[in-house]
Ligand binder design. Structure first.
Ligand code: ZN
Length: 147
């Protein structure tokens, strides 16, 4: 694997944590302030990288809620203890792809973030899934402790 910078992130109460090795030459992280109806309401700002890897650790999986809307092709993972939405997963052709909420990053300052606004509300489902396959994190590993 290429040289990377490790990004750590967590929901507010720490039930959901993740690590994200980020390709170092791209530490200016392109983030998308999403204009969809769900992200407008919770302030979601997202990023992903096709050369990254998402390693999630969940303390109590009973506290993790999944939420789908619209095309119902993505599961937003919500911590029901603190209400934070750390990541979203989409299963496409048998593989899992992820996007992460940069508001949950713990040690990345705003200077590393380059923000643009997006709104994919009008996109059809086929092009939406193709875009995720190109841009989202293609390797997701989740470790959840049993209750
Ligand atoms: Zn939480």
């Amino acid at each position: 694997m290429k040289k990377t910078t490790n990004i750590s992130a967590a929901c507010h109460c720490g039930n959901i944590r993740f690590e994200l090795p980020w390709p170092e030459h791209e530490l200016e992280i392109q983030v998308r302030k999403c204009g969809c109806s769900f992200c407008r309401k919770h302030g979601g700002v997202w990023t992903s990288h096709r050369d990254s890897l998402l390693v999630v650790t969940i303390k109590d999986s009973a506290l993790v809620r999944k939420y789908r809307f619209g095309t119902k092709t993505a599961d937003f993972h919500i911590c029901s203890a603190c209400g934070v939405v750390p990541f979203v997963l989409s299963e496409i052709d048998g593989a899992i792809y992820a996007g992460v909420n940069v508001n949950t990053f713990e040690d990345i300052g705003p200077h590393s973030l380059s923000t643009s606004s997006t709104d994919f509300d009008g996109e059809d489902t086929g092009s939406r899934l193709e875009r995720r396959k190109r841009n989202w994190i293609p390797d997701v590993r989740i470790a959840a402790s049993p209750r």
